[in-house]
Design a protein around this ligand. Structure first.
Ligand SMILES: Nc1ncnc2c1ncn2[C@@H]1O[C@H](COP(=O)(O)OP(=O)(O)OP(=O)(O)O)[C@@H](O)[C@H]1O
Ligand SMILES: [Mg+2]
Length: 299
């Protein structure tokens, strides 16, 4: 018997109204940003969602975090159907799933202090910070590698990497079981990116929560994912364990994505080449056998 996945999305569809009058679509039409997406995330694992810009990654993330309603489909969390939750029940669900966004400077209120930002998810739920607001804020700051003395500073007084740590602290405040990272490290310099990825991995090891980790950069994904789902045109076109997807991509689109990644691990590259050779050998020969024979003989 397999355990119930922590998150299970089934046949999610999200249609947006098309407002413009130009182009091929006319007013009143809808556009399917997410088109029949099913995915699961097990407790403690990291599912990476990759794909080109506009493929529907963020929309999928917002659907599973219940920030937007699906047009069709179901979201189950820990076996419970959470698709139709409203009011208090939706508030309760918010403590299970938290989102870290790409740009901390636009996702954190610039007029609020770190204290107010990281306690907001609790306040929203009518909960009091355990141990008091200051102590709670400072302990969260320590856990994400920030100086706890700076608990009353504003986001603009921090660097990009530090500000993203505030966003991570805010996500941790309610003790979530799933953290959705939507391009959470994409805007950071490579060295800062590596530090934040290490922090995310360390926090996961401590807390045991799961990640739905969205990134367009496969070099980042390979550092953190246990499984990878590839999106294109609103659909998941390929899904599997990280090493399988990186080493033996089955879908043409995934191979194109992978081909664009520099610094691929040598063992994956070797495996990819071996599989490509196997596939070539197994493919039916387009040239008739006797013709090949004659060519060989003639060679
Ligand atoms: N609120 C909305 N109203 C209308 N269209 C939307 C809305 N949100 C997203 N879309 C459209 O849905 C498609 C998927 O968008 P989404 O943001 O999910 O892509 P993405 O894979 O996250 O892209 P990126 O890598 O650029 O972040 C895009 O064509 C986008 O323009
Ligand atoms: Mg996006």
């Amino acid at each position: 018997m397999t355990a119930t996945p922590l998150l299970q999305a089934e046949h999610l569809v999200k249609e947006f109204p098309v407002s413009g009058t130009g182009g091929l679509l006319s007013r009143g039409d809808t556009f399917r940003a997410v088109d029949d997406v099913s995915l699961t995330v097990a407790a403690g694992e990291t599912l990476a969602l990759v794909g080109e810009s506009g493929s529907g990654k963020s929309t999928t993330a917002r659907l599973v975090a219940r920030l937007i309603d699906p047009t069709l489909g179901t979201v189950r969390f820990d076996g419970q159907d959470v698709t139709g939750l409203t009011g208090r029940d939706l508030h309760a669900f918010r403590s299970e799933v938290q989102v870290v966004f790409q740009d901390p400077f636009s996702s954190l209120n610039p007029r609020h202090t770190v204290e107010r930002i990281v306690t907001a998810p609790l306040t929203y739920q009518g909960r009091k910070p355990p141990g008091g607001s200051r102590a709670f804020t400072q302990s969260l700051m320590e856990r994400v590698g920030l100086d706890p003395q700076q608990w009353q500073r504003h986001p603009a007084q921090f660097s990009g990497g530090q500000a993203q740590r505030i966003g991570i602290a805010r996500a941790l405040a309610v003790g979530p079981r799933l953290v959705v990272c939507d391009e959470a490290v994409s805007a950071l310099d490579v060295s800062v990116q590596a530090q934040i990825i290490n922090l995310l991995r360390q926090l996961q090891a401590e807390e045991g929560f799961s990640y739905l980790f969205i990134a367009h950069d496969l070099a980042v994904v390979r550092q953190i994912a246990t499984r990878v789902a590839v999106m294109s045109g609103g659909r998941i076109v390929e899904e599997g364990p990280r090493d399988r997807v990186f080493g033996d991509a089955r879908h043409e689109y995934t191979r194109t994505l992978l081909a664009a990644v520099p610094r691929i691990r040598p063992e994956w590259e070797a495996r990819r080449r071996a599989r490509a050779a196997e596939r070539a050998a197994a493919a039916p020969d387009p040239v008739p056998a006797d013709a090949t024979e004659s060519v060989r003989r003639g060679a």
